[in-house]
Design a binder for this molecule. Structure first.
Ligand code: 5GP
Ligand code: ZN
Length: 139
C-alpha cells in the first residue's frame, strides 16, 4: 500500500475528516470511527509506515509520548478504570489498516471486552532456542 491509497494518510492530509484529539509535529491522535469503548483513540505517525518494524525509532518514541498523554486523559478526564494499548502488525494480528497505529482503549469494570489469551508454558528448550535466535538478530 502506498500513501496515496492509505486511509490514514488521507486523514492526515485532511482529505478525510476525523475527530482530532491531539496533534504534534509528527503524530496525530483521533477518535476511532468504530470504537470498542467510548473514548477509543488511535495514535498514528504522520509519516506513512505499514508496520512498527519499518519505523524510525525516534518516530515510534514520538508516538509513545502521545500514547502516554492520551492515557492520562483517558484516566483523568474520562475516568476509565483502566485501558488497553493495542498495536497490530500484519493480517494475522488483526491489522486492517496498513499505517502504523496504536489503539488506546478505555476499560471500565464490567465492560465485557476481552480477547482469547491462550497462554502456554515456557519450556527450557523453547526458551533457549528462541532467545538465541532473537539475540542473534538483535546483535
Ligand atoms: P486495526 O484493525 O488495523 O488495528 O485497526 C484499524 C482501526 O481503524 C479500526 O479500529 C477502525 O475502526 C479504524 N478506522 C478505519 N478507518 C477509519 C477512518 O476512516 N476513520 C477513523 N477515525 N477510524 C478508522
Ligand atoms: Zn498511510
Amino acid at each position: 500500500m502506498t500513501t496515496t491509497d492509505c486511509i490514514f494518510c488521507k486523514i492526515i492530509a485532511g482529505d478525510i475528516p476525523c475527530w482530532k484529539v491531539l496533534e504534534t509535529e509528527t503524530v496525530l491522535a483521533f477518535l476511532d470511527v468504530g470504537p470498542l469503548a467510548e473514548g477509543h483513540v488511535l495514535v498514528i505517525p504522520k509519516e506513512h509506515h505499514a508496520t512498527l518494524d519499518g519505523m524510525p525509532e525516534d518516530l515510534a518514541a514520538d508516538c509513545a509520548r502521545v500514547v502516554v498523554r492520551v492515557s492520562r486523559a483517558v484516566r483523568e478526564a474520562l475516568g476509565a478504570d483502566g485501558w488497553n494499548v493495542l498495536q497490530n502488525n500484519g493480517r494475522v494480528s488483526g491489522q486492517a489498516v496498513d499505517h502504523v497505529h496504536f489503539h488506546v482503549i478505555p476499560r471500565r469494570d464490567g465492560d465485557g471486552l476481552g480477547y482469547r489469551w491462550n497462554a502456554g508454558k515456557l519450556g527450557e528448550e523453547a526458551a533457549e532456542r528462541v532467545l538465541a535466535t532473537l539475540q542473534k538478530s538483535l546483535g
